[in-house]
Structures are given as structure tokens and as C-alpha cells.
Design a protein around this ligand. Sequence first.
Ligand SMILES: Nc1ncnc2c1ncn2[C@@H]1O[C@H](COP(=O)(O)OP(=O)(O)OP(=O)(O)O)[C@@H](O)[C@H]1O
Ligand SMILES: [Mg+2]
Length: 303
Amino acid sequence: MLKGENLSKVYSSGIISPVEKKAVDNVSIEAGEGETVAIVGESGCGKTTLAKMLMGQIKPTCGEVYFYGKNITAMKNKELRGLRTAFQLIPQHPDDAADPRWTLGKSVAEPLVIAGKTAPGEIKEKVDKRIAEVGLGSELKERYPHEVSGGELQRMVIARALTLDPKVIISDEATSMLDVSVQAQIMSVLKQTRERQGCALVIITHDLGLAKAVADRTYVMFAGEIVEEGMDVFENPLHPYTKALLSALFYLDLKISEPEEGVISGQEWCRYYSRCTERTEECKKKQILRESGGHKVRCIKYK
Ligand SMILES: Nc1ncnc2c1ncn2[C@@H]1O[C@H](COP(=O)(O)OP(=O)(O)OP(=O)(O)O)[C@@H](O)[C@H]1O
Ligand SMILES: [Mg+2]
């Protein structure tokens, strides 16, 4: 249903002497109807950039995104607007999706009003339903974003994303600021939505426990690349990075050995080289993603 092929994104910042940063490098990813896919990886590895490319919010430097076989990367803005209802990104920061001038109720109703296909009475009914689903009291409908907590605002953003019955939902750390019980409630709402509509669910998270609990398939990202993907990544991790992520010692290890400068740009060795405890001389070359043990892994050990 949703497919990203060989996606790369290079950001250029600075005016006088622009610096280029390859945030995502040749990533291929797909999510089928009714499937839940997780993308995990540490801060800065390119997850949000990848999500925005999949949603058509930013243009990839290279590569294409297909939705039911249609190349959306090649679409003009007007055509892309027609897909806005089918694609919903629940952003990492709720402030990005909440208009400070509108009450929460108005924000949740707005996508339906703009789509213009729902009668006013039905809009109210749908808004109330979605707000209740995410565990918010109806009195919050009259409040403005600055009058609610961060977690309440995030739930309003989730309710808003669900109002249009999307075909693809990408949740970018959307539940990270919620406590465990509310997080479970939201995940259950997303799961119900997926079952009801057969939509594809892409969950971006630092929380490996969450990914393990919800994902049919998982992609592990490191320094802009997919280093491992498969259905049993948590049960059978192969890449040294995935193993480190799953180990309690990961954060300790991170303090001891920071990635080397330039690990992303221009470095043709395995990108995990400087942190890998299993490295050998053979790792001093670019690694490709290979099939191994029922999933894909980017490590010379599994050639
Ligand atoms: N607009 C931009 N211009 C320049 N660099 C950017 C831009 N947006 C992101 N980056 C850089 O690209 C890299 C990937 O960023 P991205 O936001 O995709 O990471 P992430 O995996 O979502 O991180 P986090 O888990 O912290 O949200 C980072 O090094 C970031 O600093
Ligand atoms: Mg992010």
C-alpha cells in the first residue's frame, strides 16, 4: 500500500558556507494494508525525516514514494492535497499540529469541515466520539492549547488525525510524553482504527518495548540507514547495533564511545564501526543490506 524506494534526504544549512547533511540514505520501506510497522533508532538517525518523506511533506533528494502503486513523489502540490485526508502524521511535537487560536474542539473538527463531506450534526458526533476515544473529557473541547497539559494536547492531536479515517497513519513518537496507561489506551485506539479501516500503521519510537508489543515488522535505523529489518528483530537480533539497543548496557556504552565525527557524511566504512564491539578489519568498507536468518541485516558477519 505505502512504499518508499531508495529514499535519501540531504539537508543543506547555512547561507555563506552551506553544510550538507545526509539525514536519510537510500532507505526502502513498506507498510501494507492492516499492517503495523515500527521504525526504531536513536535520536538524530533520520526517523522524522523519513516519515515526512513518506507523507509527501518534504521532497526526497533521491527516491520515490508509492501509494497503491501511484508515485506520489512526482505529484504536483494540488494532486498531493487530494491525498491529505488519506495520510495522517501524528507529529512528535503537538504544538506543530495545534493552532493556538482555536479551541481543541475546533481543531479536531477542522479536517472534516475542510473536507466538506460531512453534515454539521455528524461532525459534532464524530468529534465527540474521537475525543472520548483518546480519553479526554468533553469539557476540553472549549479550551485553547495553552489551557491544557502537554499530554492532553497530544491526545487532541491524535483525535484530530483519526477524524478523517485515514489509510496511512504515521505516529512519530506521538505517545512518548504520555504515561504508560494513557499510552496503552492510545495504542489500542490506533489498533482499533487499523482493524476497522485496514489502514497501515507506522509507529516511530525510541521505546523498544512499545515496538515489540505492537509491530508486525520492525526497521532498525542507524545514522540514516536501515541496519536491520524483519518480523523477529526483537526475538532474533543480528546486527550488533540492534543487540546493543536491546541490551541494558546500551546507554552506558554510548557515553564511553561516541560516534566519530563525519560518521554519516563521506564515510564508506560500516557506519557503526566506531561503536561496534564486534568490529574486524573487514568492516572497513561500506555494508549492504542482505537477507539473513529470515530478515535483512547490514553487517559483514552475515554475508
Ligand atoms: N531542516 C533541517 N536542516 C538541517 N538538518 C536537519 C533538518 N532536519 C533534521 N536535520 C538533521 O537530520 C538528522 C535527522 O533528523 P531527524 O529529525 O530525522 O532525526 P530523528 O531520528 O527523528 O531524531 P529524534 O529521535 O531526536 O526525533 C539530524 O542530524 C538533524 O539534525
Ligand atoms: Mg524525530
